[in-house]
Design a protein around this ligand. Structure first.
Ligand code: ZN
Length: 369
């Protein structure tokens, strides 16, 4: 006698040995060997009192399925390989799910290893999109630091920083799991979201993080027409063809950072103000042109003045910007920002280059590719 997939049905014992990718439809008495990828616990209150169940992901070399376990041997943890007997499968929310109930036998296989098929698509950071919200990415971590917060009497740490590969740099946040700066990680099941007009990825409790031994370094030169995504840390070379007439020194509230047109913050009139430089210009790289916004961190080193010198230059800053930016060939490092209709650039750093350098560097870069 054969089971639904032509596999022998063990009539004597009444269960069917299956791989994850064969578990289709509503089945009883499923037997298989799977690796537990994550274990989460949930408490619910029913008419019969409080009860606990477990849920997570289980996989084998053919795929990954979510599971729900009403009964679970306590010592099982992510990474364990288990033999299951008398499990069930059911379609729940349009997705197959494994169920372990009081009839299910779960036997731990200590020391056993199992390859699990990665069901997340590997993507480059430039190709991230919220339309494909769970992905696998590989990149190098920088600027990561932790911040503690309290929730329901417990202290948690959220880590924020950047991850970069050879195509882009994006923000990354991690709940509870610290990642080391300068190290390369492969992150499987990272979540893509949009925040502050840019894309970011986050590591949750179902995300798997592996350290990679290879190092990476980056040459992220692009032509403007090649980028249609809010990618970060990109180098563009071009000419500045317009300079916004309102570029110059502005006052901001020291409390909320809001730009102040009349010198007093409506929300914090008692707080002191601080000076900032703001510049906007159009960059043309021969393939396209784009609006750019540059703040203090990009402009001060570029024009060679320090923060405490700002009041002294208040009257002549526009002329200095015009002299150094307008009509000049520049190399900028910037983040692409997603606006309603198009992209613009938030500039991280600017350097002057010779006109000939633009064609020379573009050629050199094309040879590398
Ligand atoms: Zn304010």
């Amino acid at each position: 006698m054969a089971g639904p997939n032509g596999k022998p049905l063990n009539k004597h014992k009444g269960y069917e040995i299956m791989k994850i990718n064969e578990m289709q439809g509503n089945l009883n008495n499923v037997e298989g060997k799977v690796k537990i990828l994550s274990v989460d616990k949930r408490e619910i209150t029913t008419s019969r009192g409080d009860t606990v169940y477990y849920y997570g992901l289980a996989g084998d070399e053919t795929g990954v399925l979510p599971y729900t376990a009403w009964e679970f041997p306590a010592p099982i943890k992510p990474g364990d390989v288990v033999q299951i007997k008398y499990a069930k499968t059911k379609v729940y929310n349009d997705r197959m799910r494994l169920y372990f109930d009081s009839k299910t036998e779960i036997m731990l296989k200590p020391g056993e290893e199992m390859e699990v098929k990665n069901t997340y698509k590997d993507v480059k950071l430039m190709d991230l999109t919220t339309k494909n919200p769970f992905v696998a990415v590989t990149g190098k971590i920088s600027n990561m630091s932790g911040k503690e917060y309290n929730k329901a009497g417990k202290t948690f740490t959220i880590y924020n920083g950047f991850i970069e590969d050879d195509t882009s740099r994006v923000r990354i946040s991690s709940f509870g799991k610290p990642l080391e700066n300068g190290k390369v990680y492969r992150i499987v099941g990272a979540r893509v979201s949009e925040f502050n007009k840019q894309l970011e990825i986050s590591i949750g409790d179902k995300t798997e993080v592996f350290i990679e031994n290879e190092d990476m370094d980056f040459q992220r030169y692009y032509k403007l027409f090649e980028v249609d995504n809010p990618a970060g840390g990109i180098t563009i070379m071009g000419f500045i063809i317009t300079l916004g007439t309102k570029s110059g020194i502005i006052k901001r509230c020291s409390e909320c950072n809001k730009p102040l047109s009349n010198g007093v913050c409506p929300d914090h009139p008692e707080k002191p103000t601080k000076l900032d430089i703001f510049s906007y210009f159009t960059l043309d790289d021969g393939t396209k042109y784009i609006q750019c916004i540059a703040g203090k961190n990009a402009i001060m080193p570029f024009i060679g003045i320090k923060e405490e010198e700002l009041p002294h230059y208040a009257g002549e800053i526009y002329r200095m910007l015009e002299e150094k930016l307008y009509g000049h060939a520049v190399k900028i490092n910037a983040d692409f920002i997603k606006n309603e209709e198009d992209l613009s650039l938030r500039v991280n750093s600017i350097t002057n280059i010779e006109r000939e350098d633009i064609s020379r560097e573009i050629e050199a870069n094309q040879q590398v590719k």
